[in-house]
Every structure is written in structure tokens, then in C-alpha cells.
Design a protein around this ligand. Structure first.
Ligand code: NIG
Ligand code: FE
Length: 406
């Protein structure tokens, strides 16, 4: 049983619960959070907080719920730095680059795949992420998808099968046979290893019929559904997400008003991936239009070697504010509670009694600084399930006070 932990003298606490505090972020001043057995047991004035085994003194700074990164692809080997350089010199992004990561991933051992994924997850944690989703999708054979999912389950909270990422080169002349493989043998092997199925429904990936077949087969297996949709071109992805009642449609750079209305009506979360837009010089998703239509918005890193090689939620929060039309409040909400909703998780993304004890202490007086001071390390201490998971020096189970600033 983990010892109890109190985070005290919080200058600004973001609870994400408007009944607990001010505004949509539920802000409380001079607050404390106490966690016992990994679960939050107290949120309220610092001076009335119950005692705990360990105390983290926030020294009047800001505490936010841990980020929920609901869309990453961290199970892979190799990199694509050359492709990035070429793109910055003017070449545009195409899905063909995925083949190069598929080749290096297939050639890597299970141990290397897991070590690579773990390194990226640790990097994410050090920047305030406490819940992370990750996908297969660089194996594209039954065995390589299955072992990618096993690696994912070792290091991530939520695991997604993405056999329908692209058609691998060996099936280029027979797409139909690859879709058959995905909905047949691959899904049989992979469904027990995942909670979700994702499909890349876009130009250069899968069309409407192919995507619908994969989604229907995955639903049949009991998997939750999510899509990569309308990233590279206008298309049927968003409508398909609505039709299938997917938890989330991700990217959404090319939407028309009907697509937005369909997402709103079906209650599909719109997950923005502005890191991909940054690194591919693409048009940014119009988060403002989605919010105005009443769509729930999430922000994720989309960490992958092709389009968005970042694990930093603070970075994508800054981009969402700068380029997707979100206010700092909306962006922080999208990166925490929005991500939780995209994963249909009720236990994370908020700091309220009964939720998981996941939070980040910022070296800043306010959550606004996440966007206002881009590229600066502002995440000082990260707590997950009531345990300090960053920085490493504080990870020990010391029962005394852990000061984090003056
Ligand atoms: O989310 N859009 C599809 N998949 C990834 C890119 C994969 C790659 O280029 O390796 C993405 O951007
Ligand atoms: Fe992605």
C-alpha cells in the first residue's frame, strides 16, 4: 500500500470541476490535495488539509491534473530525421514514409521495442503526463502487431490496435487481401491484447469502405473505436466516427460544417494533434469551430517518428493556443479532462475526491504559463497514483517533507 501524500500550499489549483472551484477549470487558491492509496481523499483549503506520510510543498505555485495523452504511437524502432529535414526544405508529408518505420520495427527485437517505448513514456511522464495511450501500427503482420501490442501494454495505460495504419508494401497490389487479414487473423490475435481499435481513414491510407469493415469487425470483438480522420485531406473519416459512435476522431484538419455537426451530434471527442501540424507544416485543426459547435475537444501529442516526434503535452498546449484558436483555459482542459473523455475514463483528468491521484506541480503561478512560456521546462514534480514519479531524486519513499522551491 502506497503511503499517503499531501501537496500543500498550492497557489492555484486546477481541479477541472466547476462545482469545486471557479470557472470551467474549477480553480481554487491556497489549496491542498491529499492522496491515500493512490486515490484523492481531500481537495480544499491548504490550512485544513489532513496530515499525510509525505508532504510536497508547492510554495504558492500552480498544480494541474496530470496530462492525459490520448493519442501516441511510441512502439517503433528507428527514426525519420532525414524525412523531417526534407520536409522542412519543402517536401510535403505523405503516408509512404510509414513504410520505413515498419521495416525498422519488424527488424527490432521485442526488448528493443519495449525499451524504445519505455524511454518515450518516461520522457512524457517527466513533462507531466500521467495517463498515456499508445498504438500498434508499425508491425502490420499478425505477429508484429501482436508483439507491438504486448510492448504497449507493458508501458502504457491504454492500448490500441492500429493494424489498419497503412497497407504494407507487400500487399500494395492486393489491398483487399490486407483488409481481409486485418479483419480476420490479425484481429483474432490482437483483439485480446488491446482495448481499442483505430483506423487511419485518409488519403493514402484506408478509404471509407475499408475503414468501415475494420471498425465493424473490431466492434464485433468488443473493442472501443477511434479514428485518424481528415488529417491529410477532406474525407469520410469524421462522419464514419460519428456513424460508428467512436470515442474519438483525431487530427481533423480538413472538416466541413457537416462533419463538425456530425461529431457534435454523436458526442465524438475531437482530438487535436497540433504537433503533427507543426512538424509537417500542415494547416492546423480549427479547434475554435469545434468548441463553438459544442464538440468536446482533446489535445494529444501523437508522438510518432514520422509526423510528431514529441512527447511534450506542454508543447502541444502552446500550439493549440497559438494555432488552433483555443484559450489557455480551454487548452489545459483539453489536455487533461478532454484526453480522459477521449479515452472514456472517469477516474482521471480531474482533481476531485475519488479520482486517481495524478497531478503535476508547475514551476509557474498559473496554468496560463504552459502556453505563455513555450519551450521552457515548467513541470517540476509529477505524481501518479499518489506516488512521486518525477523527478527521479524524489521518487524514493521518503516519509519526510519534500520541498520543491522556496
Ligand atoms: O498520426 N496519421 C497517421 N499516422 C501518424 C503518422 C505515422 C507516420 O508517419 O509514421 C500520425 O500522424
Ligand atoms: Fe497518430
Amino acid at each position: 500500500v502506497s503511503p499517503s501524500l499531501a501537496v500543500t500550499r498550492i497557489g492555484e489549483l486546477v481541479t477541472n470541476d466547476s462545482e469545486l472551484g471557479a470557472g470551467p477549470l474549477g480553480l481554487i487558491r491556497e489549496a491542498a490535495v491529499v492522496i491515500d492509496g493512490g486515490v484523492i481523499v481531500y481537495v480544499g483549503p491548504s490550512k485544513s488539509a489532513p496530515a499525510a506520510d509525505t508532504e510536497v510543498i508547492a510554495s504558492e505555485r500552480c498544480v494541474i491534473p496530470g496530462f492525459v495523452d490520448s493519442h501516441t504511437h511510441v512502439v517503433f524502432a528507428g527514426d525519420r530525421a532525414d524525412e523531417f529535414v526534407a520536409r522542412m526544405a519543402g517536401r510535403s508529408y505523405a503516408t509512404g514514409g510509414i513504410a520505413s518505420t515498419v521495416e525498422t520495427t519488424r527488424a527490432a527485437s521485442d526488448a528493443v521495442l519495449l525499451a524504445n517505448a519505455r524511454r518515450l513514456v518516461d520522457e512524457a511522464i517527466s513533462q507531466g503526463t500521467t495517463v498515456i495511450e499508445t498504438k500498434s501500427g508499425y508491425g502490420l503482420t499478425v505477429e508484429d502487431e501482436a508483439r507491438s501490442l504486448r510492448a504497449a501494454a507493458e508501458c502504457a495505460d491504454e492500448v490500441t490496435f492500429l493494424g489498419a495504419h497503412v497497407v504494407p508494401d507487400e500487399y500494395a497490389r492486393d489491398r483487399e487481401a490486407y483488409v481481409e487479414l486485418v479483419v480476420g487473423a490479425m484481429l483474432n490475435e490482437c483483439a485480446p491484447l488491446a482495448g481499442w481499435c483505430d483506423v487511419f481513414c485518409d488519403e493514402g491510407a484506408f478509404d471509407e469502405d475499408e475503414s468501415a469493415r475494420v471498425l465493424a469487425a473490431a466492434r464485433e470483438k468488443g473493442l472501443g473505436l477511434r479514428l485518424h480522420a481528415n488529417q491529410l485531406a477532406p474525407g469520410p473519416g469524421a462522419q464514419l466516427a460519428a456513424r460508428f459512435g467512436a470515442a474519438s476522431a483525431d487530427h481533423l484538419n480538413h472538416l466541413d460544417p457537416d462533419d463538425i455537426a456530425a461529431l457534435a451530434d454523436a458526442g465524438v471527442v475531437a482530438t487535436l494533434c497540433p504537433g503533427a501540424d507543426f512538424s509537417t507544416r500542415a494547416r492546423y485543426a480549427q479547434g475554435r469551430s469545434l468548441l463553438e459547435a459544442g464538440v468536446t475537444v482533446a489535445i494529444a501529442t501523437d508522438c510518432n517518428p514520422g509526423t510528431s516526434y514529441t512527447t511534450s503535452m506542454p508543447f502541444v498546449v502552446a500550439l493549440a493556443v497559438r494555432d488552433c484558436g483555443l484559450s489557455p483555459d480551454e487548452a489545459v482542459l483539453a489536455a487533461t479532462l478532454g484526453g480522459a473523455k477521449a479515452l472514456r475514463r472517469e477516474d482521471v483528468g480531474r482533481l476531485v475526491p475519488g479520482c486517481r491521484g495524478d497531478l503535476a506541480v508547475l514551476d509557474a503561478p498559473s496554468h496560463v504559463y504552459l502556453a505563455y512560456r513555450p519551450g521552457v521546462r515548467l513541470v517540476d514534480v509529477v505524481v501518479r497514483r499518489g506516488e512521486v514519479v518525477f523527478p527521479a531524486a524524489l521518487k524514493s519513499d521518503r516519509r519526510d517533507e519534500v520541498g520543491v522551491g522556496s
